[in-house]
Design a protein around this ligand. Structure first.
Ligand SMILES: [Zn+2]
Length: 66
């Protein structure tokens, strides 16, 4: 049973040192927060992410119970 979704940036390959994680009620909201975090903390734009990257990131969004 889960009631939220979580993304921990350190789960992402190459981002092990990053301390950020985001939790929100929906997967869609987590995605918006990931994009914001990527821009603020890593200077990345979601526009540069290819389909493989998006698919990979999506697998890192886990259902959680909080
Ligand atoms: Zn990060």
């Amino acid at each position: 049973m889960s009631n939220a979704f979580r993304y921990a940036c350190s789960d992402c390959e190459g981002m092990e040192a990053c301390r950020a994680s985001v939790i929100a009620e929906t997967r869609e909201e987590v995605w918006e927060l990931i994009k914001l975090h990527a821009r603020i903390a890593h200077g990345e734009s979601e526009a540069d992410w290819d389909t493989a990257t998006r698919t990979y990131l999506d697998t890192l969004i886990k259902p959680v119970m909080i």
